[in-house]
Ligand binder design. Structure first.
Ligand code: ATP
Length: 391
């Protein structure tokens, strides 16, 4: 494997779906997949840049694992095609088997062979004939791979059950890396780990793959994991990719309400859109590229709504939930005075009274019944009202 960390995605981080595809490693074109009468993938298009990191995130049953298995070559698409490095590997009458695709796969549970030592697990895919020094070469390579995943070479003698969950996942990664894949597929490999270990393992795995210049696709349920791990996030819903983009874009400018709510907490309010200004109980808020005029649904992330003594918006604390580093505060919004007269009277906007949830670091600031002043920062995202009704 060559150390090509410089081959990471070029700056700025642009979603390959909208970027030039000359740097493309994987191209998925209109892929469908059925199991019996169930249509599981309904026309998926995805482009992954060489050396890039893509997270496929979506609810359970949306088709994430199925897509990964098609890329790996464990399943065949019904229609559409898959190409690696510009060569078709599936579809249009072409079929390249899994072992010829240079693709690594790490499953949720690591799937280590329990009866083999860690060293034997890792060397399973190695060909001694291809390594200098025969079996000595295998041993050296195993030690190198263990080192790569930050495990002590002495671990090679242990059995998988003598390792922690995080260590087992690293061994699974080392085993997949042994084959020097150009593309690594990670199917929820961190989901069985507890919170602290999960973050540490994810970071370590991400660094190993990044340093090795391996193109990586991570499937996860966990939106925070997807946003922190990847250059590109693909949101899957009911067998389709609802949105593909860099983490910042999909989080701050989700394509629809369901995507907004899947990727994090969202404050949704009815609003009245005129030009690029939306008027709602939080006042007048700018919207970039509004999809409609008149009645819309407006989305803000809770962290955009700040408690500020001089804030123009009033809210009464309904209740709070203490989480340690932050407290969520449910607030009932008052009618903003600047709007109370005209716009409310002719029903152009709902006129206050909505309950929203925001966050604050100081638990003592918000006692139920107390009044708080708020300020909104940044832009909101508007969704057409039909879209909201359809959810
Ligand atoms: N081999 C199979 N035979 C029949 N149905 C299958 C098969 N594999 C997956 N499915 C069905 O396809 C749908 C999508 O499954 P898939 O595992 O791809 O979803 P997922 O998004 O990865 O879900 P999860 O997050 O729960 O793992 C599910 O309804 C599942 O039951």
């Amino acid at each position: 494997m060559t150390k090509t960390s410089s081959s990471r995605l070029p700056e700025p981080r642009v979603a390959p779906s909208v970027a030039s595809t000359t740097n493309s490693h994987l191209e998925i074109d209109a892929v469908t997949k059925n199991f019996g009468s169930q249509s599981v993938l309904k026309g998926v298009n995805l482009s992954v840049a060489k050396g890039g990191t893509t997270a496929i995130v979506g609810p359970s049953g949306s088709g994430k694992t199925t897509l990964l298995r098609l890329i790996a070559g464990f399943e065949n698409p019904a229609t559409g095609s898959i190409s690696l490095d510009g060569s078709k590997v599936a579809g249009d009458g072409v079929w390249v088997p899994a072992h010829k695709r240079h693709v690594g796969y790490v499953a949720q549970d690591g799937a280590l062979f329990p009866h083999l030592s860690v060293g034997k697990n890792i060397s399973f895919g190695l060909d001694p004939a291809s390594l200098p020094g025969g079996s000595r070469g295998v041993k050296d390579r195993v030690a190198e791979l263990l080192d790569m995943v930050s495990l002590d070479p002495s671990m090679a003698k242990r059995r998988p059950h003598q390792l922690s969950g995080g260590q087992q996942q690293r061994v699974a990664l080392a085993r997949a890396l042994a084959r020097e894949p150009e593309l690594m597929l990670l199917d929820e490999p961190f989901s069985a780990l507890d919170a602290g270990l999960r973050v540490a393992t994810r970071r370590a795995v991400g660094k190993v793959l990044h340093d090795a210049g391996v193109t990586t696709i991570l499937v996860t349920h966990d939106q925070a994991e997807a946003l922190s791990f990847a250059d590109q996030v693909a949101v899957m819903r009911s067998g389709r990719l609802a949105q593909i983009g860099n983490p910042f874009v999909v989080y701050t400018r989700p394509a629809d309400r369901a995507t907004a709510e899947f990727l994090g907490d969202a404050v949704i309010l009815e609003a009245w859109m005129e030009g690029s200004l939306a008027t709602c109980s939080l006042g007048g808020i700018p919207v970039r590229r509004p999809p409609a005029q008149g009645r819309v649904q407006l989305m803000l992330r809770p962290e955009q709504i700040r408690i500020a003594e001089d804030g123009p918006i009033r809210g009464i604390v309904v209740d709070t939930d203490y989480f340690g580093p932050e407290t969520t505060v449910r607030l009932k919004l008052a009618v903003p005075p600047v709007l109370a007269a005209g716009a409310v009277a002719d029903h152009r906007y709902p006129g206050g009274g909505e309950i929203i949830t925001i966050r604050h670091w100081n638990a003592s600031i918000a006692r139920p019944g107390s009044e708080l002043f708020l300020r909104v920062v940044g832009e909101a995202v508007a969704f057409p009202i039909e879209d909201a009704a359809a959810e």
